[in-house]
Design a protein around this ligand. Structure first.
Ligand code: AMP
Length: 130
């Protein structure tokens, strides 16, 4: 069965899309730690980040770098934190979290933003993609 993230890539489940390239896809985390918390994933379904081939891992990380630079340009933040857990969804993904302080990277903390604000944040990041 396809993962929930494969269904997002296929357009079968909605998401706040940020960017995509041939191999990779980025969208807002539905339970963000901070505004602009984004997930970057390979389109090909692989359980865990470190199961990816060197080529696909490198492609995903270079894509994540482009997304992080766009987040930094679009949102007020000091840094973009990168984190990998993979405890919940068995489809490789990297969390990119805009943070002001270390305390902002807290996987027990989530904020809820209205749909129009999520859409606006995704569009602002997308507009900064190089
Ligand atoms: P983990 O596998 O532990 O890295 O966590 C999976 C992450 O995916 C969590 O931060 C969830 O909020 C996020 N998530 C799960 N389902 C969706 C979805 N349909 N759209 C966006 N983010 C999701």
């Amino acid at each position: 069965m396809a993962s929930i993230f494969s269904k997002i890539v296929a357009g079968e489940i909605p998401c706040y899309k940020v960017a995509e390239d041939e191999k990779n896809f980025a969208f807002l985390d539905i339970n963000p730690m901070t505004p602009g918390h984004t997930l970057v994933i390979p389109k090909k379904e692989v359980d865990y980040l470190f199961d990816l081939s060197d080529e696909d891992y490198t492609s995903l990380q270079l894509f994540a770098k482009r997304v992080a630079l766009a987040q930094k340009a679009a949102l007020p933040c000091a840094r973009i934190a990168e984190a990998v857990l993979g405890m919940e969804v068995p489809h490789a993904h990297i969390h990119l979290v805009p943070i002001q302080t270390e305390a902002d990277l807290n996987f027990r903390n989530h904020i809820s933003l209205p749909a129009d604000e999520m859409a606006s944040i995704a569009a602002r990041i997308a507009a900064e993609m190089k």
